[in-house]
Design a binder for this molecule. Structure first.
Ligand code: BGC
Length: 717
């Protein structure tokens, strides 16, 4: 390979449009391109590959990249919704189907999974994430990677995955996209990096660097992340790709003087491929000639790119036979999307068993709200290839389910989720007043979350709170269904609904899934993958917080309205809380109700003493004492009571799903070893410390049962 041909492999160019423009044709023939993104017309992709393989000197096929984030033609729930399923099998299946639909168009690389730990729901990209927890994100991210890549990347229907955004992007200051991140190394290692390590362990083919700077060094030029952690510590051989123009943006950050220096910094830090901008194409060759970058450095970058192409089997065949694939959005794919939408919905409130609805006892059903019958908005963010024509809306699905058994009437209430006008509220109120139940579908349109779509106030936007209150004031029972790309701050909404079902943006089959959930055809089993604040000002609020030296308790908390006028400065409890919001979330991580009631009993540890080489089994009985069958996500949390650095009050260490018939009791056991208790200490090395641990089993991060064990060092001489 000539130096220019090597540098060509490092270029990824945008090529949407369904045809091959002359400049692209020439660039491919001349070996100046290693990858294109955003071309999804299979004939065009095949032509692009033909040019690369047959008309360039070396015949190297191309990577064809696309954001296949939560489905392709068939849209699955947004990733945050999928995370609420706590179901790696479903998540893997969704990615598998997305990969097949994308591969049929010639796509061989997706920019997913996004595994940025997200503890700030103001950030629009929380929608794309798998939530706030490193362990859950790691497990589900690895499942997505398995789904996209299959056992063998060379097999038809497998596409290369890309773990993004490496690293720390989720900590964007004030939840404003692209903003600076400042994460102490210890927190980075204990919270933000573990999902990426899990992705590397799952064999992810590539990683994408983040737009953001981390402690002053942009991720796309971050030697610590890309060399020390990724290559030296983790021994990853995955390809590293920049984010869109993020190499060029190094100069915009004020980190480099110009594009040439940006190319230098990114290449020496370890970014193999440049997305969209041309700093490498324009400057790498002269940097090598000048001796500032060595040719072996470029060789290593090229090798990382070519390895992905080899793994994909592209050198054997780069052409796509679309006819060999099952049609997109076929019945099986839609069924899988339906299952995922069912599993992702979280029942947040259900007073007096308001749900499920019994159609026999209803004459008039009101369906109200701007998202009740919108085939597009229910799909959520990042649906470049999604087709709303396949969508099943809530209204449509309820009408089909109910048939002649009751009257179903619809009112939009407000024009969009953002409209401030109350013009149509009266009509919705009149409908509510003459109905037996209101199914009110509120939330956020798709465009209010996702990249660059952040909010400073995450309450229900527009006139929706007013609509909710007006409808609820009729006295008719209100079932509130929420579709949104983030946790909303719903403290003011809760009192006005008898039941609340959080559906995220549920995708193509969302309407049918929700209708079936509301009428009890299926039961809710989702659990929150992220903490729901009461008010925006509580952010960041997450379950795995530190204890602090002055932890708040129910006894120490005083609301500001209860403080006497002119009270002395030390009148309040001197513990860590907000005077106006307390210290607890509205709904905790891991929480979700069902149509039954589960109790936990008889928690046991197999031993009181765990050795460094031993194992401990922690178990409990899970009993379905409610009226219906249930699928429960049983969760295990641990607290390391004393650490070399302060440790979170709880950390998720394991979970499993159990299906219980009415009255059924099941013994559920988890096994831990010392490795599961490892963390990064002050020296930023992974350590396992002897000492006392609390352990909980339950159905949320406020678990019912607690036990204790001690870890002893039996290896010390
Ligand atoms: C996003 C990436 C995405 C890329 C390509 C960027 O703006 O940050 O997540 O994969 O665009 O579309």
């Amino acid at each position: 390979m000539t130096l220019d041909e090597k540098i060509g492999q490092l270029a990824q160019v945008n090529a949407a449009g369904g045809h091959v423009p002359d400049h692209l044709r020439d660039a491919i023939r001349e070996g100046r391109i290693g990858s294109v993104l955003n071309e999804v017309h299979v004939d065009t992709v095949n032509e692009i590959q033909r040019l690369a393989v047959h008309e360039s000197r070396l015949g190297i096929p191309l990577l064809i990249g696309r954001d296949v984030i939560h489905g392709f033609t068939t849209v699955f729930p947004i990733p945050l919704g999928q995370a609420a399923s706590w179901n790696p099998t479903l998540v893997e299946e969704g990615a598998r189907i997305a990969a097949q639909e994308a591969a049929a168009c010639g796509v061989n690389l997706t920019f997913a999974p996004m595994i940025d730990i997200s503890r700030d729901p103001r950030w629009g990209r929380v929608a794309e994430s798998l939530g706030e927890d490193p362990y859950l994100t790691g497990v589900l991210g690895a499942a997505m990677i398995r789904g996209f890549q299959g056992d063998d990347l060379a097999r038809d229907g497998s596409i290369a995955a890309c773990a993004k955004h490496f690293a720390g992007y989720g900590a964007s200051e004030s939840g404003r996209d692209y903003n600076t991140t400042n994460i102490p190394e210890n927190e980075l290692r204990n919270v933000y990096l573990p999902p990426f390590k899990a992705a590397v362990d799952a064999g992810v083919a590539s990683l994408m660097t983040s737009f953001s700077d981390l402690d002053g060094v942009p991720a796309s030029a971050n030697t610590f992340l890309l060399k020390q952690v990724l290559r030296d510590e983790w021994h990853a051989d995955a390809m590293v790709i920049s984010d869109w123009e993020s190499i060029k943006q190094l100069a915009v950050h004020g980190f480099t003087e110009n594009d040439r220096e940006s190319a230098y910094q990114a290449a020496t830090a370890g970014v193999d491929m440049e997305m969209a901008s041309t700093a490498y194409a324009d400057h790498l060759a002269s940097l090598v000639r000048e001796g500032r970058i060595s040719e072996p450095t470029v060789d290593a970058m090229v090798r990382n790119v070519l390895r992905v192409k080899f793994r994909l089997g592209l050198f054997d065949n780069a052409q796509t036979d679309a006819a060999a694939y099952a049609p997109a959005a076929n019945a099986d794919h839609l069924h899988a999307a339906y299952n995922a939408a069912v599993a992702s919905a979280v029942l947040l409130k259900n007073d007096d068993w308001a749900l499920p609805l019994h159609v026999e006892s209803l004459d008039r059903i009101a369906v109200i709200g701007p998202l009740a019958d919108d085939p597009y908005e229910q799909l959520g963010t990042w649906i470049f290839d999604g087709d709303a024509a396949h969508s099943r809306t809530i209204l449509q699905s309820i009408r089909e389910f109910v048939g002649e058994r009751a009257t179903v009437e619809f009112a939009r209430g407000v024009q969009t989720t953002r409209s401030r006008s109350h013009e149509h509220v009266a009509e919705a109120v009149a409908l509510a007043a003459r109905s037996d139940v209101v199914i009110l579908v509120l939330g956020e349109e798709a465009i209010l979350s996702g990249e660059a779509h952040c909010r400073a106030d995450i309450t229900l936007p527009g006139a929706q709170q007013g609509l909710l209150e007006a409808v609820s004031a009729t006295g008719t029972k209100v079932v509130l269904v929420l579709m949104a790309g983030r946790p909303l701050a719903l403290e003011l909404a809760v009192p006005h609904a008898s039941a609340m079902l959080y559906a995220w943006h549920p995708g193509t089959m969302g309407g049918q899934a929700i209708s079936d959930l509301l009428f009890g055809v299926v039961s809710p089993s989702g659990k929150l993958p992220v903490t729901f604040p009461r008010v925006t000002g509580q952010i960041p609020i997450y379950y795995a917080h530190k204890h602090t030296g002055k932890p708040a308790t129910a006894e120490s908390f005083i609301h500001m309205e209860d403080i006497e006028p002119r009270a002395h400065q030390v009148s309040v409890g001197n513990t860590s809380f907000h005077l106006d919001a307390g210290f607890t979330p509205l709904f905790p991580f891991g929480f979700g109700l069902s149509y039954s009631h589960v109790e936990y009993e008889h928690m046991q540890c197999s031993t009181a003493v765990l050795t460094m080489t031993g194992r401990i089994t922690i178990s409990a009985d899970v009993v379905n004492v409610g009226p219906r069958p249930v699928e429960e996500v049983v969760q295990l949390y641990v607290r390391d009571l004393v650490g070399d650095v302060t440790r979170p009050v709880k950390e998720l260490k394991a979970f499993t799903r159990v299906q219980l018939a009415r009255g059924e009791r099941r013994h559920v056991a988890f096994t831990l070893t010392a490795r599961d208790l490892a963390f990064y200490g002050r020296a930023q090395r992974l350590i396992v410390e002897p000492g006392r641990f609390h352990v909980w089993i339950g159905g949320s991060s406020n678990p019912e049962l607690r036990a204790e064990f001690t870890l002893v060092d039996d290896t010390a001489r």
